[in-house]
Write a protein that binds this ligand. Structure first.
Ligand SMILES: NC(=O)c1ccc[n+]([C@@H]2O[C@H](COP(=O)([O-])OP(=O)(O)OC[C@H]3O[C@@H](n4cnc5c(N)ncnc54)[C@H](O)[C@@H]3O)[C@@H](O)[C@H]2O)c1
Length: 323
């Protein structure tokens, strides 16, 4: 849309790569603000021409001066904040985790405020919730209380508090989104990346074992990215955080979706349920955004395998990309 300029932090990650791809395909000037050096996820889903349109800033969200300059120098109108350290890193080094995930998020809000922006979108996580037995049966409701059980979850809960205070003190509006299990091209790290790795294995004609199972919510990376972008463009006023939904399926259904595309795929799994609530309702987000569309699982899996196959054929993805 006219005059939009997006800054996407953590955009070398899985969700960010899809955000960048979709923005570039709309012709929106987009800046990647990320500390990491590898552009492999962007290269997997974007052409070289598309990639050439992206502005890259190598920077650390925990440095306020750097973040503030990036926002101002790029004339940013919209921020999608995705940079963060994941559960194992926050566990191994809680101090660093807090610096990146807590201070980094404060810096994003502070830089947005100083630049006169009115709205920020950021990633929280379902890690703010406790174990499934701590909640009533059925889909977790929008109002369910956070009860994090990891440093990472506590930091994400702090981000939600930071967002609320910037709204109360400064009128800086925000939407936080809590992804669950994102799948699709570019999802290549973390235990819940294993269903995507199974799709890659199927594309390569290899066998694969998924180390968990049960019933969970799966969100296609492209859908997730589009919801982040729509949340950045909405006229929403306030500071709220929303769960996403997507496909609520048993692991056996994912394997069946893979085998529908690759009938000879040898995919096995441990049918162990993850300890988190398995399903969440998304009516509150749908009402803010004016409806939500999710790609059906079978289509998301087929598209993912197709992206992997074409990347392998073009020599852009090797077997080493698997594990
Ligand atoms: N993928 C999921 O299933 C999932 C689920 C729940 C929440 N989330 C949240 O969504 C966001 C994006 O997730 P993802 O899977 O794309 O993450 P990812 O781990 O793939 O990418 C995170 C990116 O942040 C960058 N980063 C780390 N520290 C930084 C720093 N100090 N400064 C600047 N950049 C830094 C990394 O280089 C990386 O490119 C994260 O905040 C994550 O916590 C993701």
């Amino acid at each position: 849309m006219a005059d939009e300029r997006f800054l996407v932090t953590g955009a070398l990650g899985c969700i960010g790569a899809w955000v960048v791809r979709n923005l570039v395909r709309e012709g929106i000037p987009t800046t990647v603000f990320d500390l990491g050096g590898s552009t492999h996820r962007l290269e997997l889903i974007m052409t070289a021409d598309e990639l050439a349109q992206v502005n890259f800033i190598k920077g650390d969200v925990s440095d306020l001066n750097v973040v503030e300059s990036a926002v101002k120098d790029t004339g940013t109108t919209h921020i999608i904040h995705l940079a963060g350290l994941q559960v194992p890193m926050c566990k191994a080094d809680p101090s660093l985790g807090a610096r990146v995930n807590v201070v980094g998020t404060v810096n994003i809000f502070e830089a947005a405020k100083r630049a006169g922006l009115k709205h920020v979108v950021y990633a929280s996580s379902i890690a703010v919730y406790g174990l499934s037995e701590e909640y009533p049966e059925g889909a977790l409701q929008h109002e369910a209380a956070p009860k994090p059980r990891t440093h990472y979850g506590v930091y994400k809960q702090a981000n939600e508090g930071t967002a609320r205070i910037y709204w109360l003190d400064d009128g800086l509006s925000s939407i936080g989104l809590r992804p669950y299990i994102v799948y699709g091209p570019g999802r290549d790290q973390g235990m819940t990346s294993s269903p995507t790795k199974a799709m890659l294995a199927a594309a390569l004609g290899q066998s694969y074992h998924i180390p968990y199972g049960g019933r969970s919510m799966y969100q296609y990376a492209d859908d997730t990215a589009r919801i982040f972008i729509r949340s950045a463009r909405t006229a929403f006023q306030g500071a709220d955080v929303f769960n996403l939904r997507g496909s609520v399926v048993w692991m056996g259904e994912i394997v069946a979706a893979i085998q529908a595309v690759e009938p000879n795929a040898q995919i096995t799994f441990d049918d162990k349920q993850l300890p988190f609530p398995e399903e969440m309702e998304d009516a509150a987000l749908a009402s803010v955004l004016g409806g939500l569309d999710y790609t059906p699982l079978e289509q998301g899996v087929a598209e993912t395998i197709a992206v992997f196959k074409s990347a392998v054929a073009a020599g852009r993805l090797t077997v080493d990309g698997l594990r």
